[in-house]
Design a protein around this ligand. Structure first.
Ligand code: NAP
Length: 534
């Protein structure tokens, strides 16, 4: 049977859309299969109240098209989800992407046919297609997980997971709403829900260190300046660790005076975005003593903002330092707890025993609720892969190969799985990045690889076992120096709701985007060193 397409892409989010555009540019026949009913990926699914960027909008959009940069205008420095979804649709229209995308099509299996040198995919509703290349664009945080609490299905009120939020408006007015979770999603949702809710109860297991977002509208003069300086903006992003606009301060926290330290912390706390995380002294994310200085500063800020000292104490993390988990950026989150109709339940003191038909029962009380919002996160990075039965040559399963942690080369290819290319896959810099910046790099690299193969008449590529081994070592070596690898979070593959996800595992790449890019370029310069072609 002849292949239906040259390439199949799974997912029509930010990476799948751009990959489709680039492969069309090579003249390839490409089909995208997307589970949702529209483009946008993360921005299609995460419609929860308060969802918005934590990267500056003008650093987040695609950089490859001058026309898109010229025509699109972000209204705020940190755009909200509806605007970002409009942006994705704008790009899809502009590039006429939809004619090659099959929507409402969730892929359940992808099997490599060694004899034919083709991948065959099968959707949940039985659709099948074949192609030489299979490109996963399935996102790092796209497999939502419900809490493994007994009785979840028994609740009689409204219940929503933030990552599967309804498309219709949801009203909180006059309702008793319970939110489980206090990660970046919950912090945004809680702040928004608190504006109209009747009574809000937050069920917190682990508090996070949250920092102010300081969002604001973009005025006409700023808009003009942004448009005139896009080239510089993207060049700056390329040079920073996570491709954000913020770059680490060259000084070390431990080498300056307490006054100088305080001055930078205070300045960053007042400024928009991730400066306080990514633009801080260069030792705060790698040295415990340095980290303790910013952690103490943040502790003070929480105490200043939350009126009731007992509530403030519950909101202060005690098991990790600032920035060792992804920092939720907030817009009045701490002040929510000063509202008389908001209460905080500390699950470390009183764990949830079960969800009941009427609400949530902890070890000391039953909270009657009209609505439960599950802001309980995702099976991060490898989760979306695990949900597809991916089999390489000899029938080997990706799930089995990654059972004790992912193994890849450059986070883009896996030995034993020829012609499978994993955009934003595990051990790829895109997992720790202002994501479109790294996505563009990933997609450009994959496009160049496919072009190279066509020029030379190669039909099959996979990494060597040695290249994979060396990459794993590099991922561990660069990761180990970061304090976040000593803390439980999704960035270390921890998910308390899933069996087998309780052991810290390196799933992200923490060597920084510039170093990652260098490694990708080195492979190309060496004639695609580390890959074998046929
Ligand atoms: P998350 O960081 O994994 O947070 C999940 C929350 O649910 C945690 O507070 C967790 O508590 C809690 N939880 C999970 N299971 C529970 C259970 N059984 N009982 C009680 N509590 C439970 O997920 P997320 O908030 O969706 O964020 C994930 C990532 O998405 C972020 O780190 C960020 O990278 C990205 N994000 C970005 C933005 C943005 O501004 N652009 C917004 C939202 C999310 P424990 O910590 O105790 O496990």
């Amino acid at each position: 049977m002849a292949a239906d397409y040259d390439a199949i892409i799974i997912g029509a989010g930010i990476s799948g859309m751009y990959q489709l555009h680039r492969l069309r540019g090579l003249g390839l026949a490409v089909r995208v299969f997307e589970a949702g009913n529209g483009v946008g990926g993360t921005w299609y699914w995460n419609r929860y109240p308060g969802a918005r960027f934590d990267s500056e909008s003008w650093t987040y959009g695609y950089s490859f098209s001058d026309e898109i940069l010229r025509e699109w205008e972000w209204s705020e420095h940190f755009a909200a989800q509806p605007e970002t979804l409009r942006y994705c649709n704008f790009v899809a229209d502009k590039l006429d992407l939809r004619r090659d995308i099959e929507f409402n099509c969730r892929i359940r299996a992808a099997i490599y046919d060694d004899a034919a040198g083709e991948w065959e995919i099968e959707s949940e509703d039985g659709r099948r297609a074949r192609a030489r290349f299979l490109i996963t664009a399935i996102g790092p945080l796209s497999a939502p997980t419900m809490p493994s609490i007994p009785g979840v299905g028994t609740f009689r009120g409204e219940a929503y997971h933030t990552g599967l939020w309804p498309h219709e408006p949801v009203s909180f007015e006059g309702k008793r709403v319970g939110v489980i979770g206090t990660g970046a999603t919950a912090v945004q949702a809680i702040t928004e829900i608190a504006k109209t809710v009747g009574q809000l109860t937050v069920f917190q297991r682990t508090p996070n260190w949250c920092a102010p977002l300081h969002n604001s509208p973009i005025d006409a003069a700023t808009q003009a300046r942004i448009k005139a300086t896009y080239a510089e903006i993207f060049t700056r992003c390329r040079g920073t660790f996570g491709c954000f606009i913020h770059d680490a301060d060259p000084r070390k926290a431990l080498e300056v005076s307490p006054e100088e330290r305080e001055a930078l912390f205070e300045k960053l706390y007042r400024e928009p975005g991730f400066g306080i995380w990514m633009g801080n002294f260069r030792d705060v994310l790698v040295n415990e003593e340095a980290n303790a200085t910013i952690t103490e500063f943040m502790r003070r800020k929480i105490r200043e903002r939350v009126k009731d000292p007992a509530v403030a104490a519950k909101l202060i993390p005690t098991n990790h330092g600032f920035g060792t988990r992804r920092v939720p950026l907030e817009s009045g989150y701490y002040e929510v707890y000063n509202q008389p109709n908001v209460r905080l339940v500390d699950l470390r003191d009183t764990p949830i025993e079960r969800i009941t038909p009427a609400g949530i029962k902890t070890s000391d009380a039953e909270y009657e609720l009209d609505m439960i919002v599950y802001a309980t996160g995702f099976d991060a990075i490898t989760g979306a892969f695990d949900r597809i039965d991916i089999r390489g040559w000899d029938g080997r399963r990706l799930r089995d190969k990654w059972a004790h942690g992912p193994r890849t080369f450059l986070g883009l290819q896996v030995e034993g799985f020829p012609n499978l290319l994993t955009l934003v896959g595990p051990h790829n810099a895109a997992t720790f990045c202002n994501i479109p910046r790294c996505i563009e790099q990933n997609v450009d690299w994959v496009t160049a690889l496919i072009a190279y193969m066509r020029e030379r008449g190669f039909s099959r590529v996979e990494p060597t076992p040695e290249a994979e081994r060396e990459w794993l070592e590099h991922v561990y070596d660069t990761g180990r120096r970061m304090l976040f690898t000593q803390v439980d979070s999704w960035m270390m593959g921890i998910n308390s709701n899933l069996p087998g996800k309780n052991k810290r595992t390196f799933i992200v790449y923490a060597g920084g985007a510039p170093r990652y890019r260098e490694k990708c370029e080195e492979a190309v310069a060496g004639g695609y060193a580390g890959f074998t072609f046929r």
